[in-house]
Design a protein around this ligand. Structure first.
Ligand SMILES: Nc1ncnc2c1ncn2[C@@H]1O[C@H](COP(=O)(O)OP(=O)(O)OP(=O)(O)O)[C@@H](O)[C@H]1O
Length: 262
């Protein structure tokens, strides 16, 4: 096992590098995330957060280094295989079926999981789904606070509600880890707080590990167990909220004095 990688971590990344052409964007990033933790990646614009996120999800291959998920080397695994292994994710712009109702989006997600796990065969998106699938979709509607919107087509949802739906679609796949790329981007303060509560609940009640990039420091400081600060593709610091807030190098590159004394 490579140095710095612990057998108990659900996700570990060792010395990952990534360049776009001749531009090095990740310059040897190492991190590890314990099960049931909320791990936030922060840093200034252009630091490489989204690139790191894409490398972790398999959307973009890394040039060097290793990525382990739940003990398995997934460095060369495509994104869909990582999802199948339990790495759920959401996108900066929520991806849902716009012409489906909220309920049908969840029914489709439950059916997709059952097929992926070999629990079901036959036509996808059954017109008349059995009760146990409707029950599971109903439970997801309730958990996501989406019951009042069950019959609404997803294209009519507010940004915040669409994001909630995308979360619940990701949870329908029963992931062990959820990767969230700027989950509160573009939201009203109320929607941000709602999403933050949902993320905390997902971790507390389902025990799901969460890895997220996020610009809103109130959200990060409220939720994160561990924070990693990136700058120019390199790790400036990794630590708890208190450790990051009081780290002089982090204050220099990102937080400034005001946030650290908030
Ligand atoms: N597909 C690409 N091709 C070329 N360069 C890219 C590509 N994607 C990102 N970059 C460059 O890589 C660097 C890191 O970008 P990245 O989007 O990962 O940063 P970020 O920390 O997520 O920034 P932000 O907070 O603004 O979203 C930037 O210099 C960016 O211009």
């Amino acid at each position: 096992m490579a140095p710095g990688i612990s057998g108990t971590d659900i996700l570990s990344i060792h010395d990952v590098t990534k360049s776009y052409g001749s531009l090095p964007v990740l310059k040897g990033v190492t991190l590890s995330v314990g099960p049931g933790r909320i791990f936030a990646i922060i840093g200034p614009n252009g630091a490489g957060k989204t690139t790191l996120f894409k490398v972790m999800t398999g959307e973009s291959p890394c040039n060097g280094g290793r990525i382990l998920f739940d003990g398995a080397d997934v460095t060369r695994q495509p994104a869909h295989q990582r999802v199948r292994m339990g790495m759920g994710r959401t996108f900066q712009v929520a991806r849902v079926f716009s012409d489906f109702t909220v309920r049908d989006n969840l029914v489709a997600a439950v059916e997709a999981r059952r097929r992926a796990h070999g629990e079901a065969t036959g036509p996808v998106l059954a017109i008349d789904p059995p009760d146990f699938i409707l029950d599971e979709a109903a439970a997801l509607l309730a958990e996501g606070g989406l019951e009042r919107l069950a019959g609404v087509e997803a294209r009519f949802l507010s940004h915040g509600d669409k994001k909630r739906l995308e979360f619940m679609i990701a949870l329908a796949l029963k992931p062990r880890m959820l990767m969230l790329d700027e989950p509160t981007a573009g939201m009203s303060p109320t929607d941000r707080q709602g999403i933050a509560r949902l993320i905390a609940r997902i971790r507390d009640q389902r025990g799901i590990t969460v890895v997220m990039t996020e610009h809103d420091m109130d959200i990060v400081f409220t939720l994160a167990d561990q924070i990693m600060v990136l700058n120019y593709g390199e790790t400036v610091a990794t630590g708890t909220v208190d450790e990051i807030r009081h780290n002089p190098a982090v204050q220099d590159v990102y937080l400034g004095k005001e946030m650290t004394h908030a």
